[in-house]
Design a protein around this ligand. Structure first.
Ligand code: HEC
Length: 154
């Protein structure tokens, strides 16, 4: 009887955390980061370098170089750097298809410029506007490389 209780508890825990937790974690990742009163402004921003190879390669340089994004978001952009464990929520995983779909270019630009309430630091005063757009386009490229369906939609 005791064993059965333990067995059922284990099953419950596995299903509960296996089923409910990831959905909940995703919700946290997908929820908007731009304050409601700034959302229209962010969404209205036009990306000056969409799909531009020059922007993408410049963005990659800044990501690993002067921007030091790599320190937290990792080499592959999956948010799995050694430092990532210290954050909750984790530094964003740019290969996350749902996240790539739900965010507009302007919202990504806004987060890089202003930071977020959950641990992303602002780069608006340390990187130029062009550099921040280059990063947006590199982040989009990471998403396309990890999710071929995204590339087809663009
Ligand atoms: C000190 C660690 C750290 C560094 C350095 C860092 N980030 Fe982040 N970043 C985070 C964390 C933590 C989050 C998750 C915060 C959240 O969920 O709001 C995040 C989230 C983001 C997001 C997601 C915002 C959203 O709307 O979901 C973007 C985009 C981003 N970072 C881009 C960058 C870029 C580009 C750089 C380099 C210029 C960079 N980050 C450098 C820690 C970092």
């Amino acid at each position: 009887m005791k064993n059965l209780t333990v067995f059922l508890s284990v099953i419950f825990i596995v299903f509960f955390f296996g089923g409910i937790m990831p959905a909940h974690a995703d919700e946290m990742v997908l929820k908007p980061r731009v304050p409601a009163d700034k959302m229209a402004l962010a969404k209205g921003m036009a990306n000056p370098g969409s799909l531009d190879k020059g922007f993408i390669s410049a963005g990659k340089e800044i990501y690993t170089g002067k921007g030091r994004c790599v320190m937290c978001h990792g080499e592959t952009g999956k948010g799995d750097s050694p430092m990532a464990a210290a954050f909750n929520p984790k530094p964003r995983d740019f290969t996350n298809l749902q996240w790539q779909k739900v965010r507009t270019d302007g919202e990504i630009f806004w987060a890089i410029s202003e930071g977020t309430d959950y641990g992303m630091i602002p780069f608006g005063s340390s990187l130029s506007e062009k550099e921040r757009w280059e990063l947006v386009n590199y982040i989009r490229e990471i998403g396309r490389l990890a999710n071929p369906t995204l590339a087809k939609e663009q």
